[in-house]
Ligand binder design. Structure first.
Ligand code: NAP
Length: 252
């Protein structure tokens, strides 16, 4: 079945890999991104080359008007929504909590927590078999991006980020129960050390290469390996899976 999904933070990293794999399944993808027009355009081209359809939608997940607009744009382009990948997320340079500014904390919590909650709310409104609005909700699936950091706590690195991912786990558990009766499955993946640009944002561009050998499987993971799990959770093959927190972390 052709699915219509929105991937937040779809221009790069894990979100891009999800969009391209969705394209390989013939799905249609709203590719949201924050500001990197070139990366978003490259992702859209890659989804189309893979056999799917895609549009790029610039917008900040922490801004309500932007979130509503990105859902509207996806549904106007493709029709009723079947899935949301709540993937947009940020990390700030490594530091002890005692040295973190209010501005930094707000950026991390606004993007990772408020942004994910706003997007999940919008998906619930549109996909619920009890609501659905003008597009008549037909149920669907939400996959939230948590992190192994929610288990590890990330002391002296980014406790703020780990805290935000703990919130994602709770959001997943609560929403899976709230939305199950409305035809929406809600799951999370918890990636470990994955080779993307996010480590440069933390001031450690070589983090994946440095820490890969310490992982039980002996290496860091790829964005595509995480995307495979996300696509499975979105798809009909996972029809009885909800409220799961799936570690994709090489045993870390
Ligand atoms: P990434 O390579 O840094 O890419 C981040 C993506 O999010 C980009 O597409 C960026 O758009 C977008 N973005 C950032 N802030 C946004 C905002 N406010 N609104 C909309 N889009 C925004 O990140 P990644 O490594 O793929 O991580 C994706 C998710 O996986 C995140 O939630 C992250 O916490 C989680 N995760 C990653 C790892 C890892 O090791 N990589 C491990 C555990 C969990 P632009 O391109 O326009 O900047």
């Amino acid at each position: 079945m052709v699915k219509h999904i929105l991937v937040t933070g779809g221009s790069r990293g894990i979100g891009r890999a999800v969009a391209i794999l969705a394209g390989e399944h013939g799905w249609s993808v709203g590719v949201n991104y924050a500001g990197n027009d070139k990366a978003a355009a490259e992702t859209v081209a890659a989804v189309k080359a893979a056999g799917g359809n895609a549009i790029a939608i610039r917008g900040d997940v922490a801004k309500e008007a932007d979130v509503i607009a990105m859902f509207d744009a996806t549904q106007q382009a493709f029709g009723p929504l079947d899935g949301l990948v709540n993937n947009a997320g940020v990390v700030a340079p490594t530091a002890d909590l005692a040295d973190m500014s209010l501005e930094r904390l707000k950026t991390v919590f606004d993007t990772n927590i408020l942004g994910s909650v706003l997007c999940a709310r919008e998906a619930a409104r549109r996909m619920s078999t009890r609501r659905g609005g003008q597009y008549e909700g037909r149920g669907g699936a939400i996959v939230n991006l948590s992190s192994a950091a929610a288990r590890l706590g990330s002391p002296n690195l980014f406790v703020d980020y780990a805290t935000s991912k703990g919130a994602i786990d709770v959001l997943t558990l609560g929403l899976s129960k709230e939305l199950g009766p409305e035809g929406i499955r809600v799951n999370a993946v918890r990636p470990g050390i994955i080779e993307t640009d996010i480590h440069a944002s933390a001031g450690e561009p070589d983090r994946a290469a440095r820490l890969g050998p310490t992982v039980p499987l002996g290496r860091s993971g790829t964005a595509t390996e995480v995307a495979e799990a996300i696509i499975w959770l979105l798809g009909d093959e996972a029809s009885y899976v909800t409220g799961a927190l799936l570690d994709v972390a090489g045993g870390r």
